[in-house]
Design a protein around this ligand. Sequence first.
Ligand code: ZN
Length: 336
Amino acid sequence: MDSDTASKTQNSILEQPNEPLMFEAKTIPLKGIGLVALQDIPQGTLIIRERPLLVARPGAPGALEDFLSSELKKLDKASQRQFLSLHNNFPGKHPFAGIMKTNALPCGSGSEIGAVYPTICRINHSCLPNSQNTWNSDTKIETIFAIRPIKCGEEITIMYDQGGPSTVRQASLKQSFGFKCSCVVCSQPPALLRESDARRSRIQQLDGQIGDPFQMLKSPEKSLKDCHSLLQVLKAEYGAYPGALAARLYYDAFQISIAHGDKTRASIFAEKSYQARLMCEGNETPEVKRVKMLATNPSNHSTFMAYSSKWKNTKKEKFGEDDNEAFERWLFRISN
Ligand SMILES: [Zn+2]
């Protein structure tokens, strides 16, 4: 390894596990630079893991500019060049803050702290992404995993926003990142886009109902039924690869079951959530390790029988291998 390669490994790409290289940075029409797959990449593959160049909280542009300027001075020349070569959708008198705003990814779901990366920040957005970015709070490293099979020549994409119908997504992407989305979902013919919008609104609505603690307490059967409905809508909108949304749904179903003492279903839901997470973020994050532990010991969860013990004597029923539908109805407590 020559010194140039060594410093590159240290500063940017920590690991590209497979040889030859899985992707290259390339100009994408109307989008600037993006990453394009150089080989077929199977679902669940680690594409890249990378340490941040800079980490910052949002703030007034002037104060953020001063903070970034002093942080940037602490970096070596190569890292400074990497930061300055990132795209800025907000040109003006605060160029560092503009680069940060255009490129920063949250350090964890919902975190207001953002980080920029030399390579990961080249990955463009899609409302139907083929990859997922995940922040590991233990290792302070961001990973990108393929959440569906990616064909050689296909652009690698992640999702920047929180979802919802296209008008909401478009407004949020414009405001936060300064671009108009023209992904495969947003550029569908109007009739198909309306159907997609209806599904994405329904996903948000069901998500809200499932998260309602009063429904979970008083009518957990309804909450589980909502989980089952959400699974159907996710399959219709995202096909066979709903990614992190499926992991979250199964985790919600786990919580509903365990709060009423049903260790049998809770264990199955935790296992399904674990398998879905594994595909999106590998086996190293604290969250994935915790869900794996809960699949083995669901009663370790702090809300075990917190709402009631009415489901505590549940036994697993036997289903034939091709009796998936009956198994799903049993799992989600859908009565005939
Ligand atoms: Zn889009």
